[in-house]
Every structure is written in structure tokens, then in C-alpha cells.
Design a protein around this ligand. Structure first.
Ligand code: HSE
Length: 347
């Protein structure tokens, strides 16, 4: 199927997506009959381009490598802002990748609303809008007969949301427990071998795992956003930021981490959503896990989620939770899902 994409917000993840679309173009066409064209990119820093027939991805990638922006691209209208791109381009799918803000959802939230109201499908990796307004946005998508996908908001391309929504459909998930933040897991793992908290945080920042303001990671806010999304999307919850009990890893001492490791136990920042009679209880806090806990062996920036279910017992998924191509893949997987559904509907 043809699909016309507009990328709103072009940072690391957007570049990862463009690389995958370019490298896998033949494979996607042959195996999945998926023939996407990127018709627009809009980013206040990197530049904005629109060509209704499609942009040359190879050229975009070389410009990004050479200049860090796309301002010298020929053969396109330039300068459209994100709202104009969403409303006036011929894109049928908006890939919303602006920076996350867990307090307001800005700037992505109004972009997603505008796109859905215009009947355009939306794929996003932006945690803010989904954590704050999942229900409203999903209703907008339903009313306007379009799709909203956001696999990349929770542990990047490792399939967590889509796994629970699709292959695990029909099952009752009673609890979700997970290591859903790579930065804190990386810091705790490094501290086990004697590195100080400050040094380990610096290393996580250098490796590109940490959020722009690392408090979002170490104080647990990033994990809070992911647990809200899990609780509301997979467990029917109505959880908001203030409902989540939160404690970060910044109070854990090197001595505590080293002593636990000597007993083969491991401190982990655990996000938890538990189904009770009438509500979903949610918490993000450091927990000292025993050796035989499947989450205990998950080291470094790797993430893991354990779903406790009525039929299969515990199902645990382990994989990358951040990264350019890892998160770019989450978008590709959502796009393929949309493509599959559209192909099915068109008979
Ligand atoms: N800062 C996040 C993490 C990035 O460390 O997991 C992915 O959401």
C-alpha cells in the first residue's frame, strides 16, 4: 500500500526511522507491500520541507550527516511549521516525534489532536501526550475513523504494548512489573561494580540514554509516564501522574548496592501496575530483587517487562528500551500494523 508520511519533530529517533525506511525499502515493499513516501518533515531546528511527491531519503540522510540540518535540500517547499504541515500537506499519516513534556504534553499534544481531527493516522513515540491524554486521543481517533499508535512510548521497539494488545488479546493482565527506564538500570548496574552514582550518571548521559534533564530518569518521572501508559492502555485504568507513588534511585547509596550484589541481590527501579477490585494501583520505586526474579538479571540499559496473566502465568519480555534505531523500529512496526489493517479493510 502507498502511504504518505509527514515527520513532525526530527531528532535522533526520526533519523533512525528515516534510515530504516531507506535501508529496508525493497524488503518492505516485497514482503509487506508497504511503500511509504515521506512527503514532509517539519522541525524548528533542523528545517522544514514539503514535496507532495515525496522527499529523497538518501539525500536527507546525507544532509543531516553533513550539516546537521536539511536546509540545503532542493526541490521542496520549505518553512512550513508543524501545524501547517499536518493540516495542509497531503500526508495521510503523521509521525509525531517532538520532545516529551509530562506536565503539559506540549508541543506534541495539539499536533496529535489536529492530525486526528483531520482524519490522519498518527504514530508517536512521545510519552507526554499519551500519558496525559490517552483516552481523549483514542476517542478522537475513533470518531474520525483513523488510527493512533504509540508502541515506542514504552521500552522502544521491544514489543510491549502491541504484544499485550495483539498476541495476548483475550488474556487478563493482573499485574505488570518492569524495568522501564534504561538510564537508572545502567547506573545501578555500574554501581554494582563500584562506580559512584555521579560517574555512572555521567556515563549514561554520554551514551545517550538519559533524558535532556536527567532528573526525569533518576527521580522516576520517565518510568511514571510509561507505567501510566501501561495501566491505562493495557489494564483499563484511568491513572494520572498524581496517582503514581514515586521514589527515584537518587537516594540509594553505593554501599547498599554493593552489599546487595554480595548477596546476589540486585537493586532495580521497578515500575508496577497492579489490578485491584476497582482500581489500578501504580508505583515506581527501587526494589531489591532476589536472584531468581527474572527482572533481577536484566543489566545495563536493557529493559524488561513481566506481565502476570490469568492464563499463561508470567510472561516476560526483555530487550532494548532506548536508542535511535531501536525506537525508530517501534514506529516502523506501528506503520506496518496500520498498513496491515488498511490492506485487510480494503479487501
Ligand atoms: N531516558 C529513557 C531511558 C529513554 O533511559 O529509558 C527511553 O525512554
Amino acid at each position: 500500500m502507498q502511504s504518505k508520511l509527514a515527520i513532525v519533530g526530527l531528532g535522533t529517533v526520526g533519523k533512525g526511522l528515516i534510515e530504516l525506511l531507506y535501508e529496508k525499502s525493497n524488503f518492505l515493499s516485497e514482503k509487506y507491500h508497504f511503500n511509504p513516501t515521506v512527503v514532509a518533515i517539519s522541525d524548528p531546528r533542523v528545517g522544514s520541507l514539503y514535496n507532495e511527491s515525496g522527499l529523497d531519503l538518501k539525500r536527507i540522510l546525507s544532509l543531516l550527516d553533513r550539516d546537521g540540518n536539511i536546509k540545503d535540500y532542493p526541490d521542496a517547499i520549505s518553512g512550513w511549521d508543524s501545524l501547517k504541515t499536518i493540516k495542509e500537506s497531503n500526508a495521510d499519516t503523521i509521525i509525531e516525534l517532538t520532545p516529551t513534556n509530562l506536565e503539559t504534553g506540549e508541543p506534541g499534544l495539539p499536533f496529535i489532536r489536529t492530525a486526528l481531527k483531520a482524519g490522519k493516522d498518527v504514530v508517536t513515540t512521545n510519552k507526554g501526550p499519551i500519558a496525559l491524554a490517552y483516552r481523549e486521543l483514542q476517542e478522537l481517533a475513533n470518531e474520525n475513523n483513523c488510527m493512533l499508535r504509540f508502541e515506542g512510548t514504552v521500552i522502544a521497539g521491544t514489543p510491549a504494548l502491541n504484544l499485550a494488545l495483539s498476541p495476548l488479546a483475550g488474556i487478563n493482565i493482573t499485574e505488570v512489573r518492569g524495568i522501564v527506564n534504561g538510564t537508572t538500570n545502567y547506573i545501578l548496574t555500574r554501581m554494582e561494580s563500584g562506580m559512584s552514582y555521579e560517574e555512572a550518571l555521567k556515563e549514561a548521559q554520554l551514551k545517550g540514554y538519559a533524558e535532556a534533564i536527567p532528573d526525569a530518569d533518576v527521580k522516576g518521572w520517565d518510568a511514571v509516564a510509561k507505567i501510566i501508559i501501561i495501566a491505562n492502555v493495557l489494564m483499563g485504568g484511568n491513572v494520572t501522574v498524581k496517582d503514581v507513588e514515586r521514589e527515584g534511585i537518587d537516594s540509594i547509596t553505593l554501599k547498599e548496592v554493593e552489599e546487595a550484589a554480595k548477596e546476589n541481590k540486585h537493586w532495580k527501579l521497578i515500575g508496577r501496575a497492579t489490578k485491584l477490585d476497582r482500581e489500578i494501583k501504580t508505583r515506581v520505586s527501587p526494589e531489591k530483587l532476589d536472584e531468581d526474579d527474572p527482572l533481577s538479571q536484566v543489566a545495563g540499559a536493557t529493559n524488561a517487562i513481566c506481565f502476570t496473566t490469568d492464563i499463561l502465568g508470567d510472561v516476560t519480555i526483555i530487550g532494548p528500551g532506548a536508542g535511535k534505531r531501536e525506537t525508530g523500529f517501534a514506529i516502523l512496526s506501528d506503520l506496518l500494523d496500520i498498513n496491515r489493517l488498511k490492506e485487510f479493510c480494503s479487501g
